[in-house]
Design a protein around this ligand. Structure first.
Ligand SMILES: O=C(O)c1cc(C(=O)O)c2c(n1)C(=O)C(=O)c1cc(C(=O)O)[nH]c1-2
Length: 259
């Protein structure tokens, strides 16, 4: 039997420290797949699998933000939130983050239309990402904002990724890492707003508990995507039905598989 957790309202500073501890303990920068990717240990096939699967996450971010906004009755909150959609979708000519992700896809030898079709995305990636969209659609607004706070920890991983990709992979140049450079500028405004919102609105012990649980849930969403990727393309290398086979959507001759 699980006993109910004893809860007590903690100060704003203590609550913020608790949220940051969740990142220290559970954020996906610690996942072995990221260590491999940033350290130059990924094969071309593994990098491509990451690009294909991660595109699914990217593609759903503006959809979850639209789901969030559809529930906001407060115009100030909608106004503060809407730049998130613009960051990813951009305007018709220049595009936004999604188009920059496809620049990365082309650089690693993938056809952009193939990646944008989301064919070959691992089932577990879909389950995790779709669960995040549903969470934001269905749960209290406070929990939905708290779930976005993994972005508190993202600038560090984006900086590590830019340095790691540029240092270790031939495909990497300023155009292919542009997605991450932009996030370094875009994310801080989102997290500053999101963190203040959560600290202001989590004004009971129960709400603090729910907001912390939402952030933990989101770390699970991120971690399980990398677990799925690792299992399919690193160890044991068991690609589930429906997962990218290493050949579809290539614009280059594939490298030879290690024997
Ligand atoms: O590369 C990463 O590790 C990473 C992580 C996260 C995150 O922590 O959810 C986001 C992003 N990138 C990102 O680029 C992004 O636009 C983004 C939006 C959100 C969100 O939950 O609203 N998270 C993230």
């Amino acid at each position: 039997m699980t006993l109910p957790k004893k809860t007590q309202l903690v100060s704003r500073a203590d609550f913020e420290a608790r949220l940051r501890r969740i990142g220290d303990e559970r954020y996906h920068d610690k996942h072995p797949f990221h260590r491999l990717l940033h350290g130059g240990g990924c094969t071309a096939k593994q990098v491509r699998a990451w690009v294909i699967n991660r595109y699914y996450y990217q593609s759903r971010i503006p959809m979850k933000d639209a789901a969030f906004m559809s529930r906001c009755e407060d115009p100030d909150l909608r106004r503060a939130w809407r730049s998130r959609i613009e960051d990813h979708d951009g305007g018709p000519d220049e595009g936004g983050g999604l188009r920059r992700w496809l620049q990365l896809a082309r650089a690693v030898g993938l056809d952009a239309d193939y990646v944008a079709s989301c064919e070959g995305v691992l089932p577990a990636t879909r389950f995790a990402v779709d669960a995040y969209v549903r969470f934001v659609r269905d749960m209290p607004l406070l929990d939905a904002v708290a779930a976005s706070l993994t972005e508190l920890f993202a600038p560090k991983i984006h900086a590590e990724r830019i340095a790691g990709l540029l240092a270790h992979y031939d495909f990497a140049d300023e155009s292919s890492v542009a997605y991450f450079r932009h996030r370094l500028d875009e994310a801080p405004k989102d997290v500053a707003f999101g963190l203040n919102y959560v600290l202001d609105h989590a004004d009971t012990a129960e709400k603090q508990l729910a907001a912390a649980a939402a952030l933990e849930f989101k770390t699970d969403v991120l971690w399980s995507q990398l677990d799925a990727l690792h299992s399919a393309y690193v160890e044991p290398g068991r690609i589930p039905p429906g997962g990218w086979n290493g050949r579809s959507g290539l614009t280059v001759v594939p490298e030879r598989e290690p024997a």
